[in-house]
Design a protein around this ligand. Structure first.
Ligand SMILES: Cc1cc2nc3c(=O)[nH]c(=O)nc-3n(C[C@H](O)[C@H](O)[C@H](O)COP(=O)(O)OP(=O)(O)OC[C@H]3O[C@@H](n4cnc5c(N)ncnc54)[C@H](O)[C@@H]3O)c2cc1C
Length: 406
């Protein structure tokens, strides 16, 4: 089945009517970033907001693994090597804060989204990765962060094979991504958000002190401001993204088994091989396993095609046999793919683009669940004229990105 497991819960859809051609703020994209932007803008007092999307079920937000993780796709050692120790430490702290933003939103609003803060286990599949894990733990401790070493024996007792050792972070979490987006969206709709589905945006331009949003079938919508929350799809509708090559699309892929007869011992988020393979157990005891794109020629980059690659599927199936002590023959029921964005800077883009009226919150890769929700909070602060952390203003500023070399 190429429908993601998470889309067994149908998406809340918007009206099929034509949106009001004149509105205050238009948000393009109803994934985790777009809906979170609507939510945070409403908390800042903006109340004339229209959300639009196109082919919503194809969005990465419902095609991920449900991980809500501390950190970024890079280990803290890699972050320190790339940006220096001080920035790496601040980035790590920011990543923790935004994970807690997801938790706090769930608790504050009483969202029923299968949220669990039950940790994240990172496992090494070879000795060099094992060394990196030990080095990362040392560096995390030196900055005052929690991270525990897990021995090979302990990992074997948890049901894994062919792993060297790992690190465990207790604060990371998981949730049902469709339930989270739907619950947040329903809250926003109750608070006055207007939402229209299947409005394909072709271009977003500032014209005479307004934003003109050109659509394929619904004419031109005019707004005081627009937010591009289309992540990997942003270059298809924004000349700013296209011109500066801010993001490159790449395809991630997941398989999910039928319910297994014996309970999986680790049900919380975990990963192997520098995060290239990642997994979770669903509430009905299925193994959901994604990744393996790094073993393909070209790494699945540069495509918007969400057809699963059969080679990746085969690779993931073999990976499960090699690394999980599951005695029964695993039957794979779901197989799907989704498109994420490799950002030019390695960070999300949050803030105004080359127009003071056209904003973005985009550029999310494999840690986008928490980063999308947290980044949207900072974007709402920027749009409301409130202060944001220095790090966000500096590292995530879309206007500075064109100056960054690829
Ligand atoms: C296989 C896979 C596994 C992943 N695993 C994890 C994980 O476990 N944890 C994690 O944190 N992250 C994970 N991610 C990444 C995460 O899902 C994304 O970073 C995040 O969902 C991005 O959210 P978004 O709202 O920015 O973008 P999307 O969810 O991609 O939403 C884009 C939106 O733009 C709209 N749009 C696009 N084009 C147009 C247009 N022309 N006109 C109008 N609207 C348009 C779409 O309708 C959609 O609503 C994974 C991703 C994939 C693909």
């Amino acid at each position: 089945m190429s429908l993601p497991y998470w889309l067994e819960v149908p998406l809340v859809e918007g009206a099929s009517s034509i949106p009001d051609p004149e509105t205050e703020i238009v948000i393009i994209g109803s994934g985790l970033a777009g809906v979170s932007t609507a939510y945070w803008l409403q908390t800042k007092g903006f109340n004339s907001i229209t959300l639009i999307d196109f082919k919503a079920t194809e969005a990465a937000s419902f095609r991920n693994c449900g991980h809500i993780l501390y950190g970024t796709v890079e280990s803290i050692l890699a972050l320190a090597a790339l940006h220096g120790d001080a920035i790496a430490k601040d980035l790590w702290q920011l990543s923790i804060d935004i994970c807690h933003d997801v938790r706090d939103t769930v608790q504050r609003e009483g969202l029923d989204v299968d949220y669990k803060q039950d940790g994240y286990l990172v496992m090494a599949v070879d000795e060099s990765e094992h060394d990196e894990i030990r080095g990362s733990i040392k560096l995390l401790h030196s900055h005052g962060f929690q991270s525990d070493y897990v021995s090979r024996k302990e990992l074997e007792n948890k049901g894994f094979c062919n792993v060297m050792g790992g690190r465990f972070e207790a604060g990371s979490a998981q949730a049902h991504p469709t339930k989270f987006r739907n619950a947040l969206l329903e809250l926003c709709l109750k608070r006055g958000l207007r939402y229209h589905s299947n409005i394909e945006v072709l271009a977003v331009d500032e014209v005479k002190d307004k934003v003109a949003i050109t659509t394929r079938h619904h004419g031109v919508l005019r707004a005081e401001a627009a937010v591009i929350a289309a992540n990997a799809y942003s270059p298809l509708l924004s000349h700013f993204f296209a011109k500066h090559q801010l993001v490159e699309p790449f395809r991630g892929q997941i398989i999910c088994s039928k319910p297994l007869s014996k309970p999986l011992r680790v049900t919380y988020p975990h990963s192997f091989d520098h995060g290239y393979e990642y997994a979770i157990a669903t509430q009905d005891n299925r193994l959901m396993l994604g990744g393996w794109r790094n073993n393909t020629t070209g790494g699945e980059t540069g495509t918007y095609d969400i057809t699963p690659n059969p080679l990746v599927k085969k690779g993931l199936e073999a990976f499960a046999v090699r690394h999980y002590a599951i005695e029964e023959k695993i039957e794979w029921e779901y197989s799907w793919a989704g498109i994420m964005a490799a950002s030019k800077t390695g960070f999300p883009f949050i803030g105004p683009t080359d127009s003071q009226r056209i904003f973005t919150v985009s550029g999310f890769t494999g840690h986008g669940f928490s980063w999308a929700h947290g980044s949207a909070k900072y974007l709402a602060a920027i749009m409301a004229g409130d202060s944001i952390p220095d790090l966000v203003a500096r590292q995530f500023n879309p206007r500075l990105a064109p100056l960054t070399r690829t």
